[in-house]
Design a protein around this ligand. Structure first.
Ligand code: SME
Length: 164
């Protein structure tokens, strides 16, 4: 049995850097030695859901045939294909840069998969300088994500570059 949960011993709430350090360590332990990218993304989607509070969607879109295609996730069913440059995910994929959106309704072209989503963090995963997937986190709270979340997910994206 796998038991990967945040270790809160000795503290009431984990700092974000510590939470993301534990998440990365669990992701590393779960994916190392496993060559199947879909299996690894599925386990990391489950880990993000387990570790990161106040989410309504956590998962991956993969770059296939020049567009983003839905990958493993936890949350409600989502749009399957997103062209590069469209929505928050497509913008992260086309620019290769993290998109931290405090209010999705203020983001031009935001694609609403779940009406509950109010803020979003999308981080590209690069392999040899090319975007191969994005990590997408949605929250029902406006302004849920900050620079510490972005830094934590960027570290996870780097770690996953060789695992997906
Ligand atoms: N909101 C995203 C679409 C994906 S869902 O949030 C799961 C976007 O604008 O790209």
């Amino acid at each position: 049995m796998f038991d990967f949960t945040p270790d809160r011993s000795g503290t009431e709430t984990l700092s974000k850097p510590e939470l993301y350090r534990q998440l990365a360590s669990a992701a590393d332990a779960l994916t190392s030695g496993e060559p199947d990218g879909v299996a690894n993304m599925a386990n990391v989607a489950a880990l993000m859901w387990e570790f990161i509070p106040t989410l309504n969607w956590a998962g991956f879109y993969r770059v296939i045939g020049g567009e983003l295609v839905l990958g493993p996730f936890v949350g409600r069913p989502a749009c399957i294909r997103i062209p590069f440059g469209q929505g928050v995910c497509g913008t992260a994929a086309s620019t290769g840069e993290t998109q931290l959106v405090e209010d999705v309704h203020a983001f031009p072209g935001h694609i609403a998969c779940d009406a509950a989503s109010k803020s979003e963090l999308v981080v590209p995963i690069l392999k040899d300088g090319t975007v191969v997937a994005v990590i997408d986190l949605d929250s029902p709270e406006t302004g849920r994500f900050d620079d510490e979340d972005a830094t934590g997910i960027e570290a996870l994206a780097k770690l996953l570059s060789c695992a997906i």
